[in-house]
Design a protein around this ligand. Sequence first.
Ligand code: AMP
Ligand code: MG
Length: 341
Amino acid sequence: MKVVPRVVALDRRNPDEAAIAQARNVLLRGGLVAFPTETVYGLGARGLHEGDVRKIFQAKGRPATHPLILHAASEAMASRVASHWTELASRLAQSFWPGPLTLVVPRGADVPLAVTGGLDTVAVRVPNHPVALALIHAADEPLAAPSANAHMHVSPTVAEHVVRSLGDAVDLVLDGGPCEFGIESTVLSLADHPPRVLRPGALALESLAAVIPEVVFESLTVAPNAARASPGLAHKHYSPRARVTLADGPRGVAHDARRGCAASRSVCAIVWSDEARESIAAMDTKLIVLPADAEAYARALFGALYEVDASGYDEVIVERVPDRPAWWAVADRLRRAAASA
Ligand code: AMP
Ligand code: MG
């Protein structure tokens, strides 16, 4: 029999104190608690306890060199994990926290190297979710929390995804309903001058550029793996079990779907344009239509990939998204979902 973790549902706006206390006890015993944030579900452990942090790597099967993000309850708590907190860090914190911006800053002495994968910098953010904030307050320490999925697998946007991906490797799952953004935070390195986006994400690049016009970011479709300063980013990731094929426009979708079927694979397609939908309307291919708006698409994408796996398809053909800044976070996830290793 498959063992499932304990799942506790709670009201996202007004988290039940008893549930938070239960989760706190799991953390204080050195256990792992999956919890909702506004981006995706995180797999949390006490971030300043090396032994606890190591359990996250074990549970996910994540290489020890892939650094984790620390989640703090306030800018004050976040600043204490850094060896120094600059005026720029403070300006960004005040503009975007709580929210989906992760700052990479010089590592403070209290942060175990296990968190940072051996680096002298550390990633930290304050999540905008009452359940996450209540849990961090209760633990009275920043929580290390990568996405609550097995290494390279799809990030969870509802509690059920966590259970499907991690099973009993997690001690407790706090179920706060679906995540608002459904895609990970934007990671900004303040160790680079000028500051540089290491991972596009839920915070729009335009919003960031409005506060720090000097920020550097590249189109990942133009410069796929160019000098990526962030360990863990250039790898296959966000992948369902099904093979992922990125298809160019309606013709590409129809062509790849035909080829998959001809090879006797069970094929499903994820599209956003009317043209792509029409291109395979007459075919016997299961169709998932996602919104043509980048934010709404991002919110729905990981759920669609979990659905593809739950239905047991061999291959999913995904229509390429537009190469515009608003779509870069999604384009990055799709490119890595389709990577072969
Ligand atoms: P996730 O697994 O979604 O929590 O993503 C964490 C990502 O944040 C890692 O894969 C890194 O790309 C990035 N990151 C965390 N810490 C650092 C750091 N010290 N320097 C650069 N990137 C980091
Ligand atoms: Mg992840």
